[in-house]
Ligand binder design. Structure first.
Ligand SMILES: [Zn+2]
Length: 263
């Protein structure tokens, strides 16, 4: 591409950015927000908690084409709306058989087994989490058994990763901890050479855990999320953006298609 051509397209894109139109269509009783802007591809997203659907489209794609696109993706849209409905229900956990519980990025069905012995948790057939508790156990007790199991499993996963990244980054930690945090996946104290990791990471895929560990380790080289920080992340963990986006809760379901796929 010549320099002249690209500078023209920049001017055009600046102009087009001003023309962002928003409207709604209804497909199969589902209201879809349509946003037109200067982009190359159609973006379809379903947002929690209500399952709001939004399609961002290039300016040149007309309503009818967007409608056809939405119809072609109805199965996907409905599946993710259903997931959000299920997730909303899951916030009230009772620790009873049949509930969905996540471990290392995978969904398991809880199976509660009553027995008069020390409580324990076991994974079975890559499908079930068997929770062994006494019949008279309270909700709080069942929750505590599960939480401690998550904590122990997570610590087992963290330990070799800390060893690995201490060597790679050249920083020796004084210690690391797992704790519940409301807003952060991880945090560190550079002076004290200490890292804290969120207990919720036990439910996420292992590559996400590794990303958070590397993220915290890189802070020992660069405190701020600046360009230097990004260069270091790219160097140590080239796929980090993928894990980062997976951990972002704002958009839990997201797909992106080329224009050509749309019609
Ligand atoms: Zn950070």
């Amino acid at each position: 591409m010549t320099t002249k051509k690209s500078s023209e397209s920049i001017k055009l894109s600046k102009l087009k950015k001003l023309i962002i139109k928003m409207k709604q269509i209804t497909v199969s009783d589902i209201t879809i927000d349509i946003v037109r802007k200067n982009i190359q591809n159609l973006h379809l997203a379903v947002y929690p908690p209500t399952g709001r659907v939004r399609i961002a489209t290039p300016l040149k794609i007309d309503d009818e084409a967007v409608r056809l696109f939405a119809i072609s993706k109805l199965g996907w849209i409905k599946k993710h709306r259903k997931n959000f409905a299920n997730q909303a229900r899951e916030t009230e956990r009772e620790y009873l058989s049949g509930e969905s519980h996540y471990f290392e990025g995978r969904r398991y069905l809880l199976n509660v087994v009553y027995q008069n012995a020390k409580p324990k948790v076991q994974i079975r057939n890559k499908t079930y989490i068997d929770l062994y508790v006494r019949a008279e156990s309270s909700l709080e007790q069942r929750e505590k058994v599960m939480t401690e199991w998550y904590r122990e499993r997570l610590k087992e996963s963290i330990s070799p990763l800390i060893e690995k990244w201490q060597t790679k980054i050249g920083v020796e930690l004084k210690d690391w901890h797992v704790k519940r945090m409301r807003t952060k996946w991880g945090t560190c104290n550079v002076e004290a050479k200490r890292i804290w990791l969120n207990l919720e990471l036990a439910k996420k895929p292992l590559h996400c855990l590794e990303y958070i560990i590397v993220h915290e380790f890189v802070h020992f080289r660069e405190r701020h999320h600046n360009d230097r920080y990004v260069i270091l992340m790219d160097k140590f963990l080239p796929d980090w953006r993928f894990s980062q986006s997976e951990l972002k809760q704002l958009i839990l379901s997201y797909e992106n298609w080329n224009e050509g796929d749309a019609i």
